[in-house]
Design a protein around this ligand. Sequence first.
Ligand code: C5P
Length: 245
Amino acid sequence: MASSDATGDLSQRSGRTAVLVPAAGRGERLGPGAPKALRTLGGVPMLVHAVRALAASRVVDLVVVAAPEDSLDSVAAMLDEQGLGADVSVVAGGDTRQDSVARALLTLPSDVDIVLVHDAARPLVPEQVVTSVVAAVAAGHPAVIPVLPVVDTIKEVDASAMVVRTVDREVLRAVQTPQGFQRAVLQQAHAESDLGTTDDAGLVEALGVPVFCVAGHEEAFKVTRPIDVVMAEAILARRRASGAV
Ligand code: C5P
């Protein structure tokens, strides 16, 4: 059973906590190459970094990875080698992120009552983000997301590249993963919403369920563009130099 000093009452939980890891994207914005989750940072596939970070949080019992259909065996073998301290299984992902999450969700055993969803493309998520999301769901919030303030000024523009208006930055937040849910809420959201949202909280919002925000972390950014790889490699090198990994 997962437990953590920082989240003492989590050890009293009777249900288990699972993380679904959508990792079936091609990563076209990164340029040609292997599926994004299998590209390496510091010589280690992004997916392995992500699953290690989740397992290290000690509040996660079970990890289900949705991998590209043609790499299921190699992904399973790769994760098996890691000795991660959480049960890890691999399922085939779908055509969209939402499909990949839905397929992983279908495989969960009945004793799981808290479900996180974490992008494999956020390989460097710090432990405290995972822990605080789980703690907020365990405390009674049906849906929880990690967020950061927005640093740029944001403008709405039209199809002719003309500014429509400036949006008030103070009320905006950039949303990360892992996002956490009471299992029944996430299942209902996937069963009833087909909005093509880019995150799971978007589906839950469509049900009218309140979504609570906790502090995200700059190092939980999504590796999407080539510049993100440079940043991720630098963070990893700093962590290795300081003995943190
Ligand atoms: O496309 P984007 O980078 O926003 O993808 C976020 C996450 O969703 C990535 O970890 C990616 O591998 C995953 N994904 C998936 N199945 C898809 C598309 C994306 O699991 N069909």
